[in-house]
Ligand binder design. Structure first.
Ligand SMILES: *Cc1c(COP(=O)(O)O)cnc(C)c1O
Length: 463
């Protein structure tokens, strides 16, 4: 079932020879609802509004750059996942995509569970009052201190990632007089990327215990003998920004195969499976993500079919969307600083942020869209590259974009779909201050993560 032999690596082809950006869009002022948060539109002056607030007003009040997050959209997406999977399944929001205490409360209110993968994420979740029983603790190298805190707090599950960790967690739980619920993360040899997946990928990665060679079966064997552990299931996460469900199909087939082997060997039917996250979102108009109800239906059918074939009780399914919930709900608002036309090449548009607030373009060669949002324009489209203010030529926010030719310093532009893995991967490179996250809704705006200050920087620098 392998679709592609080559992994999705960086593409360096120039825009002029490349697919969907080779021609400018028909209307530069249009806002494709696929890539923008749900309450986004333009007011009668052409200014972009979100949650009942104009971006010009938001820029004045909170400054730029800023991540602007549509709270109603976040809640709607979280709820859609919850509803789609119903009461026989669990939805764990992957906190690494973007985590703050406000987000934890929204998730709590919408009935979602939470994945954390560090002591810091755990502390954030607990300080916002998340029920520890609804927290899953992930990671390939949890420290003994992190494990102890997680077990003490009473997290609902720890996802075990190595033979050493199986023993470590069991030991710590026993020391604390507890029996920790746990899943074992396995690698099923499926690797999924955006539009293709590889069913025969070898398991050369740091996460999980390979199914191949009987290693996962051996991990289960060991976990089942340890008093400090209650093994509740098997975990598999196959990739990110996935649109094609067939990777999950192969993964589910292999996970269920392991459940069957466990039943045959130990007489135990593990009650749960976790199929991970990785569902794709639209960064540009050419991406076509699936709706949560389609994903839920597909995954449930796949697991049910596989279990029937293996004569197993259908386990409780959990999924872990991060990007698919928070990604589309936010955009980054920037002010244009300089506009530099390079004759017969393109125009470089510099903004007041860059790779410190969005590393995904530099790191993954990610594609984004961009729009002029403080006004509309009837000017001709011009081919641009939106770049940041950092001392690094790879400091690109949007590699290839058309913006109106009358773009000028002081204009506001916005990059949609930056809710996931932008603030959470933000850095202080060049001692640039990390932008705030401003939640908007019903005409109100409030800072949920404040802008960093030079005082913050100097506080860490103890001289
Ligand atoms: C990163 C990750 C996720 C979330 O991935 P998204 O692409 O944001 O949906 C879920 N589960 C695990 C184990 C992960 O590592």
């Amino acid at each position: 079932m392998s679709r592609s032999a080559h992994p999705a690596g960086p593409r360096h082809a120039d825009v002029l020879t490349e697919g969907h950006y080779s021609a400018p869009p028909a209307d530069l002022n249009a806002l494709d609802p696929k890539v923008w948060a749900r309450t986004v539109s333009r007011d009668e002056d052409g200014v972009l509004t979100v949650g009942g607030r104009t971006v010009t007003g938001l820029a004045e009040e909170f400054g730029t750059p800023a991540y602007i997050l549509d709270e109603a959209d976040f809640r709607a997406r979280a709820r859609a996942w919850r509803t789609a999977f119903g009461t026989d399944a669990d939805v764990f929001y992957a906190g690494k995509a973007f985590l703050s205490r406000a987000v934890v409360r929204w998730l709590d209110e919408e009935g979602l569970n939470l994945d954390v993968c560090s002591g810091g994420e755990l502390a954030t979740a607990l300080s916002a009052g998340m029920d520890p029983a609804r927290i899953a603790f992930h990671g390939n190298n949890k420290s003994t201190d992190e494990i102890r805190r997680a077990v003490e707090a009473g997290v609902g599950r720890i996802v075990l990632d190595s033979f050493q960790e199986i023993v470590r967690v069991a030991h710590i739980a026993q020391e604390l007089g507890k029996r920790q619920k746990a899943q074992i993360r396995i690698t099923v040899g499926v690797e999924a990327h955006t539009h293709e997946f590889i069913a025969t990928a070898h398991e050369d990665q740091k996460f999980g215990i390979p199914l191949a060679g009987g290693q996962a079966a051996e991990a289960v064997r060991r976990a089942l003998t340890l008093d400090g552990l209650e093994l509740i299931g098997i975990h598999s996460h196959i990739g990110s920004q996935i649109f094609d469900m067939s990777g999950f199909e192969v993964a589910a087939h292999r996970v269920v195969g392991l459940l069957k082997d466990i039943r045959d060997e130990h007489g135990v039917e593990l009650p749960e499976i976790d199929l991970g996250g990785g569902l794709g979102i639209a960064y540009t108009s050419s991406d076509d993500p699936r709706e949560p109800h389609e994903i839920a239906k597909a995954l449930t059918e796949i697991v049910t079919r596989e279990c029937e074939a293996a004569r197993l009780r259908v386990p409780r399914i959990s999924v872990e969307p991060g990007r698919a919930i928070v990604g589309p709900t936010a955009f980054t608002l920037y002010e244009v600083g300089t506009v530099k036309p390079l004759e017969s090449l393109r125009t470089y548009v510099s903004v007041d942020g860059g790779m410190s607030d969005n590393i995904r373009t530099a790191l993954y060669d990610a594609e984004y869209s961009v729009a002029l949002v403080s006004r509309t324009s009837d000017a001709e489209p011009m081919l641009t590259r939106v770049v940041g203010k950092h001392c690094e030529s790879g400091d690109i926010v949007v590699k290839d974009a058309f913006l109106p030719a009358d773009l000028a310093p002081g204009d506001l532009i916005a990059v949609p779909a930056t809710g996931a893995y932008c603030r959470s991967m933000a850095s202080n490179y060049n001692h640039v201050l990390r932008p705030p996250v401003v939640a908007v809704g019903d005409g109100e705006a409030r800072v949920i993560v404040r802008r960093e200050t030079e005082e913050d920087l100097l506080r860490l620098d103890v001289g």
